[in-house]
Design a binder for this molecule. Structure first.
Ligand SMILES: *Cc1c(COP(=O)(O)O)cnc(C)c1O
Ligand code: SF4
Length: 341
């Protein structure tokens, strides 16, 4: 990955704006990110050792939404390798979801009734520090043409499957051509009703929502749902809204899932702003996940009782349709587990 040459960036002039260019020219070194944010490099609480485990990766459109001069910016803190990631916390492990066990077929996870999840791409457009995927063995799960044939066969043979979920990594990190081929072939399987895509790309590089992609999603006979991922109101801007409006025009239902993160979105005010901004941009709140106990992320953790108290207060202040479902993923359970509130 190439580092950004910050000398070329001004407020009204961007380098190439195609999504592929933006995806391959992310910030990957703290010095250029600090400079872009008008900070001294030593003002960032950056850990090179943490970055060597899971590298710094931030696309430009996302970095542009960070407050200049603020080393505690809530978007920055989601992506900055932090020295605390190297501390050991009992119970915080490399595979908290034990997905390795439900991984019957390369690239496919069938844990929940009626739904199969496909890991379409190992890559992400951004490296989020709290993510359990930071330790996942993606390289063992590459979907080549043989694996794709096996997956199609698996879905065809099980007519209880109604929904296919494209996940990753980030499934929209793959080309429109590849998505088109997959969606066309899935559309021919009669018992399938829905296609769902889980992606952070519409938020972090909204240019990813191309006309071609919208056309693919609009023309499939499958009902289509796109679940974006934003954790803070500042992640929405007019470009994200424009991308979500294009999706809605293509009859795609857009939902948002978020992760509850200490120091980033753990106040009532911040949560209210998040779900209100998400809806204003065109995405209904879906899940609010408590943190998976992943090694390196313990400093983001919030107790269940604090999370439940937060949701109870939110319930008083938000209309019902803006209240996300507070949930966690427990290995071995056949569904996400809702926390009582
Ligand atoms: C989260 C998840 C799903 C989708 O769950 P919903 O509650 O329908 O959003 C499906 N399969 C797997 C393996 C999952 O982890
Ligand atoms: S899977 Fe989602 S949350 Fe995890 S690093 Fe990729 S974009 Fe971030």
């Amino acid at each position: 990955m190439k580092a950004i040459n910050t000398a070329n960036i001004t407020h009204d002039q961007q380098p190439e704006s195609s999504w592929q260019h933006l995806l391959s020219h992310c910030f990957s070194d703290p010095v250029s990110l600090a400079k872009f944010l008008q900070l001294e490099a030593d003002q960032l609480n950056f850990s090179a050792a943490a970055s060597s485990q899971f590298s710094l990766k931030v696309p430009l459109p996302y970095a542009m939404r960070m407050q200049k001069g603020d080393s505690r910016d809530p978007l920055l803190l989601q992506v900055l390798p932090d020295p605390r990631e190297l501390e050991y916390f009992p119970g915080f492990v490399t595979d908290p979801l034990q997905e390795a066990d439900a991984n019957h077929l390369t690239g496919l996870i069938h844990k929940y009734q009626n739904r199969v999840l496909l890991m379409l791409s190992g890559a992400c457009a951004i490296n989020c520090r709290y993510c359990f995927r930071r330790h996942f063995p993606y390289d063992d799960n590459k979907i080549g043409s043989q694996q794709w044939q096996n997956i199609l066969q698996y879905i065809e043979n099980d007519n209880s499957i109604e929904e296919v979920i494209f996940s990753g990594g980030d499934p929209l990190a793959t080309s429109d051509q590849r998505l088109d081929k997959f969606i066309t072939q899935l559309g021919k399987i009669k018992h399938l009703q829905r296609l769902r895509i889980h992606s952070r790309l519409p938020v972090v590089i909204p240019q990813r929502i191309t006309d071609h992609l919208c056309q693919i999603l609009q023309t499939t006979r499958l009902q289509t749902v796109l679940v974006i991922h934003a954790n803070h109101a500042n992640e929405f801007d007019h470009q994200v809204s424009a991308a979500l409006a294009k999706l809605q025009a293509a009859k795609v239902t857009v939902l948002n899932q978020a992760v509850l993160l200490k120091g980033i979105n753990d106040s009532v005010e911040s949560q209210k702003r998040l779900h209100t901004a998400s809806f204003a941009a065109g995405a209904l709140p879906y899940y609010l996940f408590v943190l998976d106990p992943v090694q390196g992320a313990a400093h983001f953790d919030i107790s269940d009782s604090q999370a439940q108290q937060l949701i109870r207060e939110l319930q008083r202040q938000l209309p019902g349709y803006l209240l996300p479902r507070l949930a966690r993923e427990i290995p071995g359970m056949p569904h996400k587990t809702l926390l009582a509130i």
